[in-house]
Design a protein around this ligand. Structure first.
Ligand code: SF4
Ligand code: SF4
Length: 191
């Protein structure tokens, strides 16, 4: 995209320093986010209701409205390399409340998929993928939890893959289809 030139060097610098004044805009990124998320992200009018509903926002620098803006403007690198992308809890409060019937949650999920394809993903997510593959749980049961469960009158293990490990191969089959575990192993190799 051609950038207009000004005679005033200060103005020129200011315009180029502006966070959203970018020659890196990628309209293809916007299209991909729309295709994967299947929501009308480009209809966002930046009202901020999503951020106001977000439980992550008061506890972190994560702002869903900012990611919506990045989606609309095609700011691929800014969106996919920002660690805040991984702070959404996928609670769907923003989706419930968006006055434009957009699903910001699905925009985030689409961006995470695109980031994953570029090997941009936090280590803890990769380790979680490995744990789901081996146990069926992102956070497997442990002795402390088992003791607490028994004290509460529950079985030591919940009625999940912990009690029915015969279902783990089914989970592995799904993860193998998407090569999730293989990619996690590759990216964590040597750790
Ligand atoms: S609530 Fe909807 S319209 Fe408002 S900023 Fe968020 S995504 Fe955009
Ligand atoms: S789904 Fe994610 S972005 Fe939306 S309110 Fe919940 S934590 Fe925030």
């Amino acid at each position: 995209m051609a950038v207009k030139k000004y005679d005033n060097p200060d103005l020129e610098k200011k315009l180029h320093d502006t966070r959203y004044h970018s020659i890196d805009t990628n309209p293809e990124f916007t299209k991909k986010v729309l295709d994967i998320s299947r929501t009308i992200a480009n209809m966002c009018y930046q009202c901020g209701t999503c951020t106001g509903s977000c439980p992550s926002a008061p506890r972190s620098s994560y702002r869903i409205r900012l990611f919506m803006r990045r989606a609309v403007l095609g700011l691929e690198d800014e969106a996919l390399t920002d660690p805040d992308l991984w702070l959404c809890t996928t609670c769907y409060s923003c989706t419930d409340r968006c006055p434009r019937d957009i699903a910001p949650t699905d925009v985030i999920m689409a961006m995470r998929n695109l980031a994953f394809k570029r090997d941009i993903i936090p280590r803890n997510f990769l380790k979680t993928a490995q744990l789901i593959y081996s146990t069926g749980h992102g956070v497997p049961n442990n002795d402390v939890n088992r003791a607490a469960r028994v004290k509460l009158g529950l079985t030591a293990d919940p009625p999940t893959t912990h009690s029915y490990p015969e279902f783990i191969p089914g989970i592995q089959k799904i993860l193998n289809y998407f090569e999730l575990k293989q990619n996690a192993d590759r990216m964590l190799e040597g750790e």
